[in-house]
Design a protein around this ligand. Sequence first.
Ligand code: AMP
Length: 215
Amino acid sequence: MRLVLLGAPGSGKGTQAKQLDTEFDWPQISTGDLLRSAVAAGTELGKKAKATMEAGNLVSDELVLGLIEERIAKPDAKDGFILDGYPRNRAQAEDLDRVLRRLNIKLDAAVLMDVNFDILMKRLTGRRTCSTTGALLNIYFSPKADLDACIEGGGELIQRADDNEDTIRNRLEVYQSQTAPLIDFYRDQGLLKTVVAEGAIDSVYAALKTAIGAQ
Ligand code: AMP
């Protein structure tokens, strides 16, 4: 299955894409993760993207298109993939349509992960990664035992560079002005499905599978 996951930062696209990847072997293709790897590796592309990402703005359409074209062409994406964080504006959605047409493939659905603003803020400002285990945690929502286990195991709770309050506000504004219009773009193509993505991870996952007809 070929999916686009649409939704604001903090709507859980990454978490849900990982679950689909694990269960169905449709690779999660996250432009955010690809860009963060490039920044961490200090590549030319990473150097170009770093400041823009830290400010919470979108890196150039051309740059992410290159990443996406290369990733979709890999053998593991032949029978399906989940685009997480791409496309993020109208020009990218049109770029994607062109790439898919060239490959003679079609999207099966674009799923909007719908979450209200206050929950998004808490998910984003509270988000942490355990430095030793890599576990994704949240200081507001994770069980205290899980947070303590990281610290007691010698780990630290690390915040993403772009998860500070100013950058988060900007990322949400960028989403509203540039990405949210894609909801209509995909509705017009008859591809839009909406999932209320505010509950527990497992119940959102069940709703997502129902929405796309995956069993
Ligand atoms: P994410 O992990 O999806 O929240 O992305 C983190 C940051 O990477 C964003 O705030 C942007 O700076 C950049 N980014 C990720 N995906 C895209 C994209 N499709 N277009 C432009 N910038 C992107």
